[in-house]
Write a protein of this length. Sequence first.
Length: 197
Amino acid sequence: MHQNKLKIKMASTSEIKKGLCMVIDGQLWIVVDFLHVKPGKGPAFVRTKIKNVKSKKVIDQTIPAGHSIETARVERRTFQYLYNDETGYHFMNTETYDQVSIDADMINNPQLLKEGQSVEMLLHAETEETLTIELPVSIVLKITETYDAVAGNTATNATKEATVETGAKIQVPLFVNEGDMVKINTESCAYVERVKS
C-alpha cells in the first residue's frame, strides 16, 4: 500500500503556537490553543487544544516542557470565498487566481462564509494537499431576520434566534434587530457584539 511520506521536522515545546501542525501517530493535528504552565512544584508543561485535520475532532493534549514534538511543514495562503454548490465550496487564490473546490467538512462553520470573504488556507508544503480553511477569528454580518424570544426566556442574558445574511442562524440578545450589523465568533458561531455600521 502506498503511504504518503510526510516530511517530519522535530521541534521543542517552546515552539508550540497557534496554527502549528503536529504529527501524532501519523496523523496531522493543528494547534488551536495552548498555554505554557510552570507549576510551583513539578516540571513545566504545555497544555494544548489540538484539532485533527481529517476528522475535525478537537482534543486536549498535555506535553511535558522540553519534550520533542514532530511537526509537518505547512503553508498558509490567502484565498477568497466565491460561492458554494453541490460540488463544494469554491475559493480563489488571491495571488495566482487559481480556483479550488473544498468540502464543507474542511471548513469550521462554513455557513458563516460570505461571498468575497478572505480566508487562510493551510496546505501541506510537500504534497500541496489542503488541510483546512481558517476563517478570521470574527466576522461582521447583517441580521436579515429575527424571531420572537422564547416564552419564559426573559431572565438576564435572554436571547432570540436570528438569521444573518449568509443564512446561518445564531442566538442574539433581545435588543438586536433586523438590519443590525453584528460581530460573530467564527469558532463558536456565537454573537460577540452589535457593530455600528
